[in-house]
Design a protein around this ligand. Sequence first.
Ligand SMILES: Nc1ncnc2c1ncn2[C@@H]1O[C@H](COP(=O)(O)OP(=O)(O)O)[C@@H](O)[C@H]1O
Ligand SMILES: CC(=O)OP(=O)(O)O
Ligand SMILES: [Mg+2]
Length: 421
Amino acid sequence: MAEKASVILAINAGSSSLKISAYKQHSPAAELTKLAEAQISGISSPPAKVKYARGAETVKNNEELAKDQVTNQASAFAHILKLLTSDDQLDDIKGNDHITHACHRIVHGGDYPKLQVIDSSTFHHIEQLSDLAPLHNGPALSIVTAVSDQLPHAKNVACFDSSFHSTIPEHIRTYPIDQSVAKRNKLRKYGFHGISYSFITGTVAQHLGKPKAEVNIIALHLGSGSSACAIKDGESHDTSMGLTPVSGLPGGTRSGSIEPATIFHYTHDAGKPSTKSSEKMHITQAEDILNGSSGFKGLTGTADFGDISSDLSKPKNKLAYDLFVDRVLDFVGAYWLKLGGDVDAFVFAGGIGEKAVGFRDEIVQKMSCLGVFLDKNKNSKPGDKPVEEIGATGSKCRVLVVKTDEQLEMATGVVREGLTT
Ligand SMILES: Nc1ncnc2c1ncn2[C@@H]1O[C@H](COP(=O)(O)OP(=O)(O)O)[C@@H](O)[C@H]1O
Ligand SMILES: CC(=O)OP(=O)(O)O
Ligand SMILES: [Mg+2]
């Protein structure tokens, strides 16, 4: 009988990066094999850079792209698709029609509790949610459209960042505003980075040798956008982002939580339409300011926390760094209490969480009053495994760096839902 192989592209459109992994599944019941992984970073702060690995072999390592080669998610996708399909040594993807599935990270999925095959009604629904994730949903949909045009045989699947948080209890997800308006307009905490938190939960449970339904974790996903999550009995119990990804922790260009009235003192035009609005997305100047020119960019001029933390002699960098430590601690303290101190693991993930050694040290030092301690040697060189221990012996909970893999989590979900048969 002929082999029935699926080739899945898992597409992760972040606010500053596009990460795509290609997997092959030899038959519906078989394990996934990773064929290749490509990443374009710095899309919103040029020069964009490309990384490309075929299997375990690094082919491109942060090569700079020409200024106008990649300017948005759609052009980044075109660049990566070409890389994959024109690679002579990638035998399983010799042309566009070898790709059978494309799963897309869609940040705002409204009430969808799990992934969905994208048809015209799902597409339209996600489009309607674009105003609530202005840096994410529209750009991700531009890739869905590109896949429909260029890979017409591939099945498109939407994997939502918000779905993992559908377990947040009502009294935590509710905003204290008029409930008739809240219910009508679906105004509540949704939460994001859920694909990453789902991966973290499964990986940490396996690492600890505990059933997933018994693990309690405080996880920090710190990247271009940053959030914290309290995971109780393997499920999201609370998270720092809300109706949109602008609340909670500050990000590269996002304010995080500030006094809500601030915006009306910042500009008298807060409610006017932003020039970033389009036929598909309607945002105000307030939303544009809070999403696009605040956070690290507003404080220092750069959205890149790597640049900020590498030169703390500059007062504005030091201010941004100290402020970020302070805001992260707001959530660590609150989530420690919400989990009643019964925490199996404290996790760092995302570009900042995985790479900012000094920042991890600073945060965990502040947790010594809780009995949580770092092993400084391990923290400075955590290794390359999906889960690395950086806590000291005797620490009240494990301290871990998790190399989160949103693409693998999405592709695994597509297989688990039986969509590759
Ligand atoms: N060595 C480093 N130290 C601190 N921060 C870093 C370092 N390297 C990368 N970063 C930060 O990680 C961010 C990217 O994180 P990532 O999770 O990959 O982003 P995205 O949200 O686009 O998926 C960059 O904006 C940069 O601020
Ligand atoms: C939800 C979110 O902020 O995602 P990212 O950090 O990838 O921009
Ligand atoms: Mg990301």
